[in-house]
Design a protein around this ligand. Structure first.
Ligand SMILES: Nc1nc2c(c(=O)[nH]1)N[C@H]1C(S)=C(S)[C@@H](COP(=O)(O)O)O[C@H]1N2
Ligand SMILES: [Mo]
Length: 434
């Protein structure tokens, strides 16, 4: 969807945008060549774009007032094939999964959160898709998905993707950005080939320090060729076992909003490393400097600061592994339960494993270990469960606290940072025990 105003480059809510200036919004949203006639009706390219987006000609378009958002673009439309996600923003589309819908050990595709920074590409056929691997390689190559499948070992792995900003909504003072609560995390089973195998075939040249990832999505500004996000990882991380170029999700195709037909999955690191709609990977002899790699994006201050304190850009470091964290997925927050209840959830810790999960139902005075599964493979989250007997009826909170293989435990409170990243404070659910 082309946009014609640079002032719209900030992510904005669709409804807010139309409410402020419906005519400009129509033009920006439905096309540069559209115009609004004297009576206030949308004409030209804008009308055609709108018809294409609703999937049919609009017989009574002459009656459609300018600035009217077609009801077809209501929330459900944006979330086709998704189940129960909470929509945070429409443009770019951000939707998270309520914790109780993440109870499965493998997250169904319908419940995998969506984090877009730009405008997703039109749905493309997997047959025509290609991936180019170039930059500092011996043998630059462009491969179809069929060639990826036939030339490299195809593997399926359960891998956690968590947005670096998951938990941002709980920052005090609040910070800008998508207000994720708990649900910008998922563990789908991804099918694809190992990035390391593909890079080895291309031949990593000496001096390579970083990968650079390019997707097919467009920038919100509508500027042709402008990327909304292009991140990379150190070559050492790229050459690890669990980093996949995926073409399958949970035994089926990748959901269009999760990057179909081809995406990277970089487990344990900020979700932003896992480029969706992947078209190109190039190798560089410097730290990649694409959009959202530089400045303060996906970076935190290198030292502890006071909440609200300003930090110079040079004092920010790129986030690598994600911290130890757990999520209670059953019962749901606010649920009514009996005196005996089973508590379930998942725990994960960047490139590490989780050693233990403890639960408390007395506001942290005492803790009991939950039963914890080993991960099904490196990069998967681990399931925990515990049967709790509450001493009497009343209001309780169940708190969960994971400790990882390096002995690092989830904190009660985190060090505030200006962009609202890495919130791994303990998860709490309220229960009414009868
Ligand atoms: N091409 C592209 N890839 C992308 C993004 C994007 O906006 N465009 N968002 C990134 C971010 S910030 C996250 S957290 C993950 C989210 O993956 P998901 O939407 O499949 O849950 O995708 C990453 N890959
Ligand atoms: Mo993200």
């Amino acid at each position: 969807m082309p946009r014609d105003k640079s002032s719209f480059s900030e992510p904005r809510d669709l409804h807010e945008f139309f409410a402020e200036d419906p005519v400009a919004a129509d033009r920006a949203f439905f096309g540069r060549k559209s115009h609004v006639d004297r009576r206030g009706f949308l004409r030209g390219a804008g009308l055609a774009a709108m018809a294409a987006m609703v999937g049919a000609a609009i017989p009574f378009h002459r009656n459609m007032p300018a600035g009217l958002i077609p009801a077809a673009f209501a929330d459900e439309k944006a979330l086709v094939g998704k189940d129960g996600l909470t929509l945070l923003n429409e443009r770019p589309l951000n939707a998270e999964t309520p914790p109780h819908l993440l109870d499965d050990s493998i997250t169904p595709t319908s419940r995998h959160f969506i984090r877009n920074n730009g405008v997703p590409p039109a749905e493309a056929s997997a047959d025509a898709w290609t991936l180019t691997v170039d930059g500092l390689v011996e043998r630059p190559m462009t491969l179809s998905i069929a060639e990826l499948r036939s030339r490299f070992e195809v593997v399926t792995m359960a891998l956690v993707i968590e947005c670096g900003g998951n938990g941002r909504a709980f920052f005090k003072p609040p910070v800008k950005g998508a207000q994720w609560t708990h649900g910008a995390v998922a563990c789908s089973k991804w099918t694809g080939v190992r990035l390391k195998d593909v890079l080895a075939a291309a031949g990593v040249r000496p001096g390579v320090v970083y990968t650079a990832h390019v997707g097919a999505d467009g920038d919100l500004s509508g500027k042709p060729g402008k990327l909304p996000i292009s991140r990379g990882v150190p070559i050492a991380k790229a050459m690890t076992e669990g980093v996949l170029i995926a073409f399958g999700q949970n035994g089926g195709p990748i959901h269009p909003m999760n990057g179909a037909p081809l995406r990277l999955v970089v487990p344990g690191w900020p979700g932003s490393c896992s480029q969706k709609w992947l078209r190109r990977i190039y190798l560089r002899d410097v730290v990649h400097d694409g959009p959202r790699m530089t400045g303060t994006s996906y970076r935190v201050p290198r030292y502890k600061i006071e909440p609200g304190e300003k930090v110079e850009e040079k004092d920010f470091v790129i986030i690598e592994r994600m911290p130890v964290k757990s999520l209670i997925t059953h019962p749901a927050n606010g649920a009514a339960v009996g005196r005996a209840a089973q508590v379930r959830g998942h725990a994960w810790s960047g490139d590490r494993t989780v050693a233990s999960v403890d639960l408390s139902y007395d506001f942290g005075a005492t803790w009991k270990p939950a039963a914890l599964n080993a991960p099904v493979n490196n990069g998967a989250w681990q399931n925990f469960r515990a049967d709790i007997r509450f001493p009497e009826a009343g209001y309780y909170e169940v708190w969960a606290r994971a400790t990882d293989s390096a002995g690092v435990m989830q904190p009660h409170a985190i060090d505030w940072n200006p962009k609202g990243y890495l919130n791994n404070t303990m998860h709490r659910v309220a229960l009414q025990v009868s």
